[in-house]
Write a protein that binds this ligand. Structure first.
Ligand code: BES
Ligand code: ZN
Length: 635
């Protein structure tokens, strides 16, 4: 058990746009674009071990990027101009730098400032210490090389159109330091602006509001301008560039995608306006203006990424029937949990992902109904149970708040246990009280970082009404202790009654489910998750031909099929898997498929190695890192 007993102290705090320097005794320095300076936390549980920054001494409040995208050399280069605030007597600021090629660092007037780059430490990169003296703006001229871990440069062949290259970034968790020199920590919020040039006819989008029309700057290039006037943690700065078009899905929502993908993408996210309305009804106004999305090429390493005003999505969620739209609800929900109230440290990422998974389920319930929401929640619960059965109820990594490095348990803890924590609290105090509490949590911590302890303290102060209720809630156990508390609000056992009966009938007598064709996507997934894992080639062939698994247009189903088939050394699935792994780079699919093959000894390992030799170069660094650890035994 670990209980952090440090009193919360929010220093350097000003509330949005009020008197600038209040609460910041002695701090001096430039004001960011609109005068909003976000507070930082100074309690011990808010110290980020993944950054070199020392924000109590000096911190970045605003980032202005002026960058050129160079597709020929796969480099991003230009300048980053940082506004700095510093405590009295402090003349040095430390930034995070992962492999940036720095040409010069000056003040605004062009006077050189001295700096040193320390020894790099793995993923954390290196400390970049700059002596700024009296300057309050620092200008760094630099290039992010082709290897920059956040960026993936795609050849035209890796796009749907096949004609133009594509570039996208992925910042979370600590990758943005490979292309933006700033303090890359979720507890240090910064406003930002950018001017980005790209060759015609490519379009650029960012997680900020595009300003006006692109401007012709000669040499066949255009400049795009963006502003994010709300302070955000820097992992949320993102960029994508390619041959993309836009389709509106509502007055304040829309989607970008390559022209050939756009119709299917727009059709799939056609409910987005309703999702935003449902979210607002639950937990208060959407505070970011527009909610747009971009559907990226299939090498995007995640299902989605909640970049503000521009959610990034994998195209693999497109199923034709909006059945994977929990993903959109999820990324949208992060506009509150994650982007508005942000985990101060990655050890508390359940505050982002767990709260979001709960919120996602509430949006799904509001828009798609109770049955679908309850089925999706039941799938999540099965994931928690599987993981706990595998690692044990005592494994320290199964606490919501866990130590660095214990985050290896996939999504079952941070996402699903976090989801079930809030579901349990809701079931005990009632929906009305719970919703009012969560809404005030978002309102009172808007544009600020938070820790597990703060969440706990806030529940104790503003939700819990009596010692008896506190006892029933087990808040401390839920947040700080491993395993699954006994008061968990289990999923409705009826959620999958028909499917579970069909699983038994198939397991017992090989009866294939007659109703499969009419099942929801969640029902199909439940069936494939729960049927016996050991299948003969004949049984697999029968299953595939009866249910059309290998031809499924839903990648979640196709993935479960491939996993089952490869685990049984089913040869006909090998070319299917090879095709899938050659285009899809989503780590959630790619990693387990390689792991399954590697688990199949003399049969699977040569297949995994052969396929990976061919596909490795087409993956983003996130996926490559995950698969390297499996196929090449590196970690
Ligand atoms: N913020 C995450 C993606 C992420 C997590 C990036 C950790 C880097 C480190 C995003 O919101 C997410 O959770 N995506 C899921 C969506 C799913 C749970 C609906 C995904 O990509 O599968
Ligand atoms: Zn998420």
């Amino acid at each position: 058990m670990r209980r952090i007993a440090i009193p919360l102290s929010i220093l350097m705090a000003t509330t949005a746009c009020s008197t600038m320097q209040s609460g910041e005794p002695g701090m001096r320095g430039a004001t960011s674009a609109n005068g909003m300076i976000s507070p930082i936390l100074t309690s011990a549980d808010a110290v980020d071990s993944s950054t070199y920054a020392q924000p109590q001494k000096a911190r970045v409040t605003h980032v202005a990027l002026d960058l050129d995208l160079d597709f020929a050399d796969k480099r991003v280069g230009g300048t980053a101009t940082l506004d700095v605030k510093a405590a009295p007597g402090v003349d040095t600021i430390i930034l995070d730098d992962r492999g940036l090629k720095i040409a010069s660092i000056t003040d605004e007037a062009g006077q050189p400032l001295s700096y040193t780059v320390g020894d790099p430490q793995g993923d954390k990169g290196a400390p970049l210490a700059i002596v700024f003296g009296d300057a309050r703006k620092i200008r760094i001229a630099y290039t992010a090389p082709a290897e920059a871990e956040a960026l993936q440069w795609l050849a035209p062949e890796q796009t749907a159109g096949g004609e133009y290259p594509f570039l996208f970034s992925q910042g979370q968790a600590i990758l943005n330091r490979s292309w933006i020199p700033t303090q890359d920590s979720p507890g240090i919020r910064q406003t930002w602006e950018a001017r980005i040039t790209a060759p015609n006819p490519l379009d650029v989008v960012m997680s900020g509001v595009r300003q006006g029309e692109p401007e012709d700057v000669g040499n066949g290039r255009r400049a795009f301008r963006f502003v994010m006037d709300k302070p955000v943690p820097p992992y949320l700065i993102s960029l994508a560039a390619g041959d993309i078009d836009f389709a509106a899905t509502g007055p304040r929502t829309g989607v970008w995608a390559e022209p050939s993908v756009l119709p299917a993408a727009a059709q799939e996210v056609g409910d987005t306006e309703q999702l935003v309305e449902a979210a607002e009804k639950l937990y208060g106004p959407y505070r970011w203006g527009r909610y747009d999305m971009i559907v990226l090429p299939p090498s995007f390493p995640y299902g989605g990424m909640e970049n503000p005003v521009m959610t990034f999505l994998t195209p693999t969620f497109i199923a034709g029937d909006r059945s994977n739209n929990g993903l959109v609800a999820h990324e949208l929900a992060h506009s509150w949990s994650g982007n508005l109230v942000t985990n101060a440290v990655w050890e508390d990422s359940w505050l982002n992902e767990g709260v979001t998974s709960y919120f996602e389920n509430r949006i799904v319930e509001a828009v798609y109904g109770k049955k679908r929401a309850e089925q999706e929640a039941a799938l999540a619960f099965a994931g928690i149970e599987d993981t706990l059965a595998e690692v044990g109820m005592d494994a320290p990594g199964t606490a919501l708040h866990h130590e660095p490095g214990a985050d290896e348990l996939g999504s079952a803890i941070t996402y699903d246990k976090g989801h079930y924590f809030l579901r349990t609290v809701e079931s005990i105090v009632g929906r009305e009280r719970f919703d009012a509490w969560l809404r005030q949590w978002f309102d009172n911590h808007a544009f600020q970082p938070a820790t597990s302890q703060m969440f706990y303290d806030d529940m104790m102060a503003n939700l819990v009404r009596s010692p008896e209720e506190a006892q029933r809630l087990k808040l401390h156990e839920w947040i700080f202790e491993p395993g699954l508390p006994s008061n968990v609000a289990r999923p409705d056992p009826a959620a999958f009654a028909e499917v579970d009966a069909a699983v038994r009938a198939y397991a017992d007598g090989g009866t294939l489910p007659a109703g499969y064709g009419a099942w929801t996507s969640a029902e199909r997934m439940r069936f494939l998750d729960n049927i016996p894992k050991q299948r003969s080639a004949e049984q697999l062939a029968r299953l595939d031909s009866a249910l059309g698994l290998s031809k499924s247009g839903n990648n979640e189903i196709l993935f479960l099929w491939l996993e089952l088939a490869l685990a049984n050394r089913y040869q006909p699935a090998v070319p299917q898997a090879e095709r899938f792994l050659s285009t899809v780079g989503r780590a959630k699919f790619v990693r387990p498929l390689f792991a399954t093959l590697m688990g199949e000894g003399d049969w699977g390992q040569p297949i995994a190695k052969r396929i990976y030799a061919k596909t490795r170069g087409s993956y983003h660094s996130v996926t490559r890192g995950a698969v390297d650890a499996i196929v090449r035994g590196k970690s």
